[in-house]
Write a protein that binds this ligand. Structure first.
Ligand SMILES: *Cc1c(COP(=O)(O)O)cnc(C)c1O
Length: 380
């Protein structure tokens, strides 16, 4: 058996190696390293896949969020509501733009934005809401979109962990995650469900004017070369990365299916275990398991991580400190925060290896050892 990895990008590459190698070579031969034809082609193909009008590629997922907030014209002091139980990028861009992060709680079973917590946090200064489709599961978008409409607040989907997933509205209509709100943002970081071989990101929107502005901001605030209408930044997806992504986009549904199969395997192996709470799958969401994150009960999590490592099984804590407790916010008034679910989940979640290349033998090894480790260490 091969060494168990959290994410096995090598084996995944080996299955598409001839196509990827040829695509990279072709970009090099063309020397169209920046804004080569693959960038536009990929943007179009992704727009078709997602069912959105515009895909605007950029340098990474963090930039996608930042440029979207800039394109929406948010001004210093405007409030942006995000969950605290997320990757820091969602929130960091808010602070970077001198906007005010307003943290809300998540749902105890879906780990996505809690609607009651959100409603309580809305003020006349709220200028954007960023739900995060955490671990690959879509936030309750129908309700979120209704709230956005009621208060006239744009909604930005942080889709970095859920690309390929879907959401089903109560009328039965099923759409891709990232395609529903004012804008969607994603990352092509190598370990993401649709990852390139370096950094990359994209924004999605159906709004023509917003798309125009996003493009301008990502390109030094210019539409016509050397005529700069506004302060922007330099945020591009490399042609080589776009060429790789075109190949991997064709595999995305298969990659998601492979991840779901791993989650199914783990769910079955851990079903009804007294010390394990397996991930909940909301009926409205096709969870694409960027992470397989479960809760431990009555077991010392650090001891579990070490014991697994001794048996050759990596595990990760996503994320060890919730955003609202990060030192970067020392000295910033975050208001009177009460995030009981975030505070409860934070010390008990653990993520097991999940990727597109597992064999049944490897999964069985992980599951058997995980259960053994927990049973050796449990206090109740
Ligand atoms: C990965 C990620 C990002 C940022 O993506 P980068 O490409 O690393 O900048 C943003 N939000 C979430 C939820 C992520 O998981």
């Amino acid at each position: 058996m091969q060494k168990i990895q959290m994410v096995d990008l090598k084996r995944q590459y080996n299955r598409i190696k001839p196509a990827v190698d040829a695509a990279i070579q072709q970009v090099i031969d063309s020397t169209a390293f920046i804004n080569g034809p693959d960038v536009q082609a990929f943007a179009q193909e992704l727009a078709e896949y997602l069912g959105v009008k515009h895909v605007i590629p950029c340098a990474n997922g963090t930039d996608a969020l930042q440029i979207t907030l800039m394109a929406l014209g948010l001004q210093p002091g405007d409030e942006v509501i995000t969950p605290s139980f997320t990757y820091i990028a969602t929130v960091e861009v808010v602070a970077l733009l001198r906007l005010k992060p307003v943290f809300v709680d998540v749902d105890p079973d879906t780990y996505t934005m809690n609607l009651d917590s959100l409603k309580k946090a809305i003020t006349p200064k709220t200028k954007a809401i960023i739900p995060v489709h955490l671990y690959g599961q879509c936030a309750p978008m129908e309700e979120l979109l209704a709230i956005g409409k009621e208060y006239n607040i744009p909604i930005i989907e942080d889709n970095a962990q859920a690309i390929g997933g879907t959401y089903t509205f109560s009328n039965g209509q099923t759409v891709k995650t990232g395609s529903m709100a004012t804008a969607g943002c994603t990352s092509f970081f190598p370990s993401k469900n649709l990852g390139c071989y370096g950094d990359g990101g994209a924004m999605f929107t159906n709004d023509d004017a917003l798309a125009d502005k996003m493009k301008m901001i990502a390109n030094h605030g210019q539409k016509v070369r050397y005529y700069h209408e506004m302060v922007g930044c330099n945020s591009r997806l490399d042609t080589i990365q776009a060429a790789i992504l075109r190949i991997k986009l064709c595999e995305l549904d298969a990659y998601c299916a492979a991840r779901i199969a791993v989650a199914d395997y783990y769910d079955k192996a851990f079903a009804n275990h007294a010390n394990i709470v397996t991930p909940y799958r909301a009926p409205y969401s096709k969870h694409v398991f960027h992470q397989y994150t479960l809760q431990l009960k009555n077991v010392d999590r650090d001891a579990v991580v070490s014991a697994l490592a001794e048996r050759g099984i990596p595990s990760m804590i996503y994320y060890p400190v919730p955003c609202h407790k990060q030192n970067m916010f020392n000295g910033i008034d975050l208001g009177n925060l009460s995030l009981p679910v975030t505070d409860f989940l934070n010390p008990c979640v653990i993520s097991l290896p999940i990727h597109t290349e597992f064999t049944e033998e490897e999964l069985s090894f992980i599951a058997t050892n995980f259960i053994e480790v927990i049973e050796n260490l449990r206090t109740k």
